[in-house]
Design a protein around this ligand. Structure first.
Ligand SMILES: [Cu+2]
Length: 478
């Protein structure tokens, strides 16, 4: 009996060994280590005592997450607790040059700054509500005490305008999580941020670069700067608060192993697609996937409230699109009558009027005096369709298919209101070190929920790092 049980256990071990036991067992421990003094989370037996990562450092082999266009959230140490101050506030931001948006965010950023902490850390978040309405913060995916869960009404009172609340807990997991308002309408105003918990020891095979992206969608009526949180259709799609081509490319050196963490909080699911490579999904919003039986893919569906970590070896040099593949999510200003309604400088007759769909001029958002287009759609049914010249809006060299001296597309006016090309070159407007060396005209095809993974030869990679350092010096000493 005794020997057969041991044999059974040995048998299990050898089966696991065949499937790569080292990673599997490590992952289990990494997912649920806890201090010896703390009770084990439900269903778990307390593991070996932790080897905490010193404050300010990362675990062995772990690289920090880069969240392009979004800063990291600073913290200070108070008696062994990492303390973060989070102001929930109105933030005026810019999706692309000239597209100003009045959103809500954290500490002046939309989405909020990226929190990067280590498994085992004790953390405290002092949340100050600077909104004109009640707020509470939810920590998405974290196994923490109920009173810290941020459920308005059920686990705590709303934090009133001007009020504060301190959340404090110990981190027993690692992976890609996020923090957000648990008021649905506030979510659609932008209130979300990345919450990365690094493992004590890097997952294997370890990565050289680690990126974090937040996907958001927005409905912004023409000539407005405030998102319409009632809408069911969206005309601005952002990655870390920027729309293509102003999304800052992710830079990697040829041959490096790369992780991209993607989080989605909006009304749609986004199939995120990479060019030139195959990746493997290695994590979800629940943590590391504990199996070696992973399948290759180049598109991963990131559903609402989900996180997906993908990893790949960047072995194919080039500037590769990484983007949502929903066609309407690969455009900016996606709406009917794209040109006339959106271009305030176009000096054209606006379709409809302020009371028939272009904004609230009296009463409430759901009141009868608000335009029919306000609720579900953006300007659908607007009268006055007309030819929409798209090309004259473009800057940069004329596309090669156009004849010299001609400024409009050959099919201009054929289908009023529907410019199928949707190509707007703005290389210079969005130029930054990370775009150095991209092919001229690149920005015309990078819009909406699109960004670029640049797999660079080492000399170009180093050159861009120099340019970034130079730019940082200029900012430091204006
Ligand atoms: Cu999408």
């Amino acid at each position: 009996m005794e020997s057969s049980r041991r044999g059974f256990l040995r048998g299990l071990a050898s089966v696991a060994g065949a499937a790569g036991a080292a990673t599997t067992v490590t992952a289990q421990h990494e997912g649920h280590q806890q201090p010896a003094t703390a009770p084990a989370p439900r269903g778990q037996v307390a593991a070996r005592p932790p080897a905490p990562v010193p404050a300010g450092e990362l675990g062995s082999g772990v690289v920090p997450v880069i969240s392009p266009d979004v800063p990291n959230m600073p913290w200070r140490l108070d008696n062994g607790v990492k303390v973060f101050n989070i102001a929930v506030e109105h933030v005026r931001t810019e999706f692309v040059p000239g597209r100003i948006v009045d959103a809500w965010g954290f500490n002046g950023s939309v989405p909020g700054p990226t929190i990067q902490v280590n498994e085992g850390d004790r953390v405290r978040f002092i949340v100050e509500n600077k909104l004109p309405e009640g707020f509470s913060m939810h920590w998405h995916g974290l196994e923490i005490p109920f009173e810290m869960d941020g459920m308005p009404g059920i686990s705590q009172d709303l934090i009133p305008p001007g009020g504060r609340f301190a959340y404090e807990f110990t981190l027993r997991q690692n992976g890609t999580f996020f923090y957000h308002s648990h008021m649905a309408m506030q979510e659609m105003m932008g209130l979300i941020g990345l919450f990365i918990i690094h493992p004590r020891t890097a997952h294997t095979p370890r990565v050289d670069r680690d990126f974090g992206l937040i996907l958001q969608e927005w409905a912004i009526l023409p000539n407005n700067t405030i998102p319409n949180s009632l809408a069911m259709e969206f005309n601005w799609l952002t990655i870390n608060g920027k729309a293509g081509p102003d999304t800052t490319p992710m830079l990697v050196k040829l041959g490096e192993r790369v992780r991209i963490r993607i989080v989605n909080l909006g009304m749609d699911h986004h199939p995120m697609h990479i060019h030139g490579h195959q990746f493997y999904v290695t994590g979800t919003e629940g943590g590391r996937i504990r199996t070696t039986a992973v399948e290759p893919a180049n598109t991963v569906l990131v559903g609402v409230a989900q996180a997906r970590d993908v990893e790949f070896v960047a072995d194919n040099p080039g500037d590769w699109h990484f983007h949502c593949h929903l066609p309407h999510h690969m455009m900016n200003q996606m709406a009917s009558m794209v040109g006339p309604t959106m271009m305030s400088h176009a000096n054209m007759t606006r379709p409809g009027s302020m009371t028939s769909g272009l904004g609230i001029v009296e009463g409430r958002a759901t009141g009868e005096s608000s335009g029919a287009a306000f609720g579900r759609d953006i300007n659908i049914g607007a009268a006055g369709d007309r030819a929409v010249p798209n090309m004259p809006l473009a800057s940069g060299p004329p596309p090669t298919f156009m004849q010299p001296g001609r400024v409009e597309a050959p099919n201009q006016g054929m289908f009023p209101g529907y410019p199928q090309d949707m190509f707007m070159v703005m290389d210079d407007m969005v130029a930054k070190p990370e775009t150095y060396g991209l092919r001229r005209g690149w920005s015309g095809g990078t819009m909406g929920m699109m960004t670029i993974v640049r797999v660079l030869q080492p000399d170009l990679f180093d050159k861009i790092q120099e340019l970034k350092a130079e730019q940082a010096r200029k900012v430091a000493q204006p």
